[in-house]
Design a protein around this ligand. Sequence first.
Ligand SMILES: Cc1cc2nc3c(=O)[nH]c(=O)nc-3n(C[C@H](O)[C@H](O)[C@H](O)COP(=O)(O)O)c2cc1C
Length: 244
Amino acid sequence: MDMSSSVGPQYQEATKYVRGRPVPQAPGWAAAPPPYKSYEDYLEYVELPEPVRDGGRSIWELINERRSERDYTGEALSVEELSQLLWASAGLTGELEKTELRAVGSAGALYPNETYTIVQAVDGISRGVYHYDVREHALGMLADGDYSEPLAQACLGQTWMEAASAVFVWGAVVARCAWKYQNRAYRYLYLDAGHLGAQLQLAAAALALGSCNIGAFFDDEVADLIGLDGQTEVITYLTAVGRV
Ligand SMILES: Cc1cc2nc3c(=O)[nH]c(=O)nc-3n(C[C@H](O)[C@H](O)[C@H](O)COP(=O)(O)O)c2cc1C
């Protein structure tokens, strides 16, 4: 199939950095949108326990053992496990001048991906759609109830997801990256999301939990489920986690 005139190659070509061509200059930081999203109207607010920041299993063993797993028992996660998974992927780990740095890097330290969690079975936390409040290490509820079936259907009918205990969804605020990188930002939104999913999988392996990354989804349906417009904030990636 000749794709040379279609949108993929056109995008790749249009957003290349080429030696000898000027790299588009970013406007000053004054033009930067806020690095955090804030909601005024969470239905519930769940402060998470402090994550564990030391010890644990060898990174080499975890890399060697990591596999995508889709056959979950449906048993609940503990709130400590959920806390650890969120921190190990999207949580704060340091500071450089005035920028708060996170467990996973981001192009230009702009962190365009917001983390949402669909809680399907977590002890002590009601089922529902939550937004991860990074700075407070807390979850704010956006919608109450069991979304396991519509979520799996929005992921092209991947019904194995229904037995996951939690599904992490990343939505990238395009302007947070595009003010600096313009159209090249779309590369970075997805690269950043890939790092988040990869590190979450290693964290799940460290907790002896099964996980699987998900790139096959009806974009607008997942966005709708979280309450996003799917344009200013686009769904980039998901990871399902469950007991195996
Ligand atoms: C970008 C990306 C998207 C993926 N999307 C899906 C998906 O939608 N559904 C699924 O079951 N697995 C998905 N996977 C998991 C792959 O199928 C899996 O990583 C691959 O088969 C290799 O197996 P391993 O992860 O166990 O090493 C995805 C993996 C990646 C990296």
